[in-house]
Structures are given as structure tokens and as C-alpha cells.
Design a protein around this ligand. Structure first.
Ligand SMILES: *Cc1c(COP(=O)(O)O)cnc(C)c1O
Length: 387
């Protein structure tokens, strides 16, 4: 059986991931470890393959958003330290302990409730305390809240504090004022909490990709790198001031299923909004909004034989049409994201078209699109959720 039968697929260049991890690691002080953030199926690239590649290239820690993602990595045989960055219900501490998954904690009530699920004195739950230094999302917001949480923690030796962390809201902006404020708040809170705990905590971390790349000397002893490991700049604003050149790992391709010569004024797609010119070549491509190629991409182009050709008419659920400047063969490979010849449609270009950030583009290419993992130009694994 083939690993997929459709003519639309994404390719993930694992060499690019390895290069990015190696190059980012190289700018970090020696005592700073790197967590590869592989939430959301590795930002749409394929979490297991990305995690293995990152670990083989110098990362020592993994981060995900939800418990399910952590369990999937453990079930795939990955044994590296693994932190769930988001909230996990207290009743799930047993599975976290069994699978050696580290949780994020920021509420005294959570500890109280979770303690009811501790079954014996050998059961240990590792966690990182989350501080909200200005993101306004999750975390302890004041010294008093921190002290209250630590008082509760001290009652339950089953819970092992393994890290303290926070998250920046503006590290990808040129203006550093808010970033500096968050950094200083976090630094003070770390000091206070360690005094309160009466011990030094193993990991302290605050940096996402943007902070890692820009402020490597202010990253405590662990960085959490997501977007840049995939070869993308955290923002357009800091794209040109990054200290390492990043290699984009993700590309998206399809193959033409029909080519026809149309006469003047014939109509294309739902709503019959596009009228053809005389003798216009129109090709159909089997990718649509159910694949994450949403209707707003309709203003964009697709590479055919190294040339940009415009999408015409509305994008359908499973198909779209483009205008050609000449007849091409059925089965011709087209590229929606990536390189063909000298041209490159980048994720950044696709993001600008949709008025959004690079993060959203690979994440929203749906699981109906198989991910073909390549290393040294050879296919090493295919990930297909549909079959
Ligand atoms: C997603 C996430 C990261 C990674 O951020 P990037 O900008 O992709 O590097 C780091 N920390 C937390 C808490 C996150 O949720």
C-alpha cells in the first residue's frame, strides 16, 4: 500500500531543522540548554520527526501545548525531558507521572486537587511554575500569589519543582521597553521564589525564538525555540536583524489534474466571478480550503515550471483553478509554498497575503495533506492522518 494516493503533499526538509537547531545552539552560552517546541504537530511539520531531528542536533528538552501531544511523543518512543506548556487538569497527574511528563502549575488549588490523585509515595509529579510577567495569559501574577502557591507545594512532597518560567509578549518587536520590564520582573520573582522554596530550581527560562536570537546572554539556562527552528522569523520587524540565517523547512506542492483552452468570457468556479480571456489556458489543481488553502489565498500565485501563475475564481473545498500562459501537461508539479527554479514563494509571502503571521501558515495546512519527511533529498518517513 502506498502511504498516500492524492496529488497534494507537504514536504518537510529535516536537514533544514537540523541546521537551524545547530546554528541557534551555537549562539547560546554554554550553560544554556535548548527546548525544541513541537506543539501543534510541530507547527504543522510533524512533531515526532521534528523532535527526533532537534534532539539529534543539540536540543535536550521538548515542549508541547497539551497533554495529548506529550503522550503521543512518549508513545513514539521519545524519552527526552518533556514539558506541557499549557494547563492540564489535576486529575491527569497519574498519566503524567507514569509517562514522566512535566506539567505547568500556577494555582494552589491545582496542587490541592491533584494531591488527591497521588496513589503512593513513589509517585512523583514534576512541574515547572509559570509566572505571568506581562503576557496576561497563565501564571502567578504577584509575589503574594507565589508565596501562597509555595506554602501549598511544601505540604505535598509528591510534587517536584523542576523549573520556573515566564513568556514574553513583545520579544519580536524592535522596541525593547516592555520586554525589559518583563525580564526584570521575572528575574526578581525567580529570586524571591527560590528564597521562599529554600532551594535553587533546576531550570529557569523565559525566551521564545525572538528572545533567544536577540538576547542570548539574558536567557537564564534554557530557551524555548519554536518558529525559528522551522526556519521562520518570529516577525517581519526583526527579520533583518537576526544573528543566524534560517532555512525554511516546509513546502507545499500539488499536481495539475486538468488543462483546458477557454474562449473569451467563459466562467470559472463558484459564483462565476472570473471571466476568461480569449484562448486562455486554465488548469485545475486538487487543493482547496479543506487542506488549509483558504479562500483568502485567491489573490495569490502558484509556481508552475518555475513561473508564477495566478489563482483565478474562488478556491473550492478540494480544488482550485489557475491561469496558465501556455499549455502544460497533466501531472505537472506545482508549488504553493517553496522553490521552483529561481523563484521562491515563502511562508512569509503567504502570511502577508492573508494579513497574518508566519506561524499560522504551516499550522493551518490541514491533516488531510500528507507530510513527506525528507533527509538528504530522500524520503525518510511519510505522515498521513487520512489513511
Ligand atoms: C509556543 C511557545 C513558545 C515558542 O515560541 P516561538 O515564538 O515559536 O519560538 C515558547 N514558549 C511558550 C510558552 C509557547 O507557548
Amino acid at each position: 500500500m502506498a502511504s498516500f494516493y492524492r496529488d497534494t503533499w507537504a514536504e518537510v526538509n529535516l536537514n533544514a531543522i537540523a541546521t537551524n537547531v545547530t546554528n541557534i545552539k551555537a549562539i547560546l552560552p554554554e550553560n544554556v540548554e535548548m527546548m525544541a517546541v513541537v506543539k501543534a504537530n510541530g507547527y504543522g511539520h510533524g512533531a515526532v520527526d521534528v523532535a527526533k531531528t532537534a534532539l539529534a542536533s543539540g536540543a535536550t528538552f521538548l515542549g508541547v501545548a497539551i497533554l495529548d501531544e506529550a503522550i503521543a511523543l512518549r508513545d513514539a518512543g521519545i524519552t527526552a525531558p518533556l514539558l506541557v506548556l499549557g494547563y492540564v487538569r489535576p486529575e491527569y497527574v497519574k498519566i503524567a507521572a507514569e509517562k514522566d511528563i512535566i506539567l505547568t502549575v500556577f494555582q494552589p488549588d491545582w496542587i490541592e486537587e491533584a494531591s488527591a490523585y497521588i496513589e503512593n509515595k513513589d509517585m512523583k509529579v514534576k512541574y515547572h511554575l509559570k509566572l505571568d510577567s506581562g503576557m496576561g495569559r497563565i501564571g502567578i501574577r504577584s509575589a503574594d500569589e507565589g508565596k501562597a502557591l509555595i506554602r501549598t507545594i511544601k505540604k505535598y512532597p509528591a510534587f517536584i519543582v523542576h523549573g520556573l518560567f515566564t513568556h514574553y509578549a513583545t520579544a519580536d518587536e524592535i522596541d525593547q521597553t516592555y520586554f525589559n520590564m518583563q525580564h526584570d520582573r521575572f528575574e526578581k520573582m525567580v529570586q524571591l521564589l527560590e528564597e521562599e522554596l529554600g532551594e535553587s530550581v533546576r531550570y529557569k527560562h523565559s525566551a521564545n525564538s525572538a528572545a533567544t536570537l536577540r538576547f542570548a546572554e539574558r536567557c537564564f539556562n534554557l530557551v524555548r525555540v519554536g518558529i525559528s527552528m522551522y526556519g521562520l522569523s518570529p516577525s517581519e520587524e526583526i527579520k533583518d536583524i537576526l544573528p543566524v540565517s534560517l532555512v525554511e523547512a516546509f513546502s507545499l506542492h500539488s499536481r495539475i489534474t486538468q488543462v483546458k483552452k477557454m474562449s473569451e468570457g467563459e466562467r470559472i468556479s463558484y459564483g462565476a466571478t472570473y471571466g476568461t480571456k480569449d484562448q486562455e489556458w486554465i488548469a485545475t489543481i486538487p487543493v482547496g480550503y479543506a487542506d488549509g488553502w483558504i479562500r483568502a489565498h485567491g489573490t495569490g500565485s502558484i509556481l508552475v515550471n518555475g513561473k508564477r501563475r495566478p489563482i483565478v475564481g474562488r478556491i473550492c473545498m478540494d480544488q482550485l483553478m489557475i491561469s496558465l500562459d501556455e499549455e502544460v501537461e497533466i501531472g505537472t508539479k506545482v508549488t504553493l509554498i517553496g522553490k521552483q527554479g529561481k523563484d521562491h514563494i515563502t511562508i512569509s509571502e503567504a502570511a502577508k497575503r492573508l494579513n497574518t503571521i508566519t506561524y499560522e501558515i504551516p499550522c493551518t495546512i490541514s491533516s488531510r495533506v500528507p507530510r513527506v519527511m525528507k533527509q538528504n533529498d530522500e524520503v525518510v518517513h511519510v505522515y498521513n492522518k487520512t489513511l
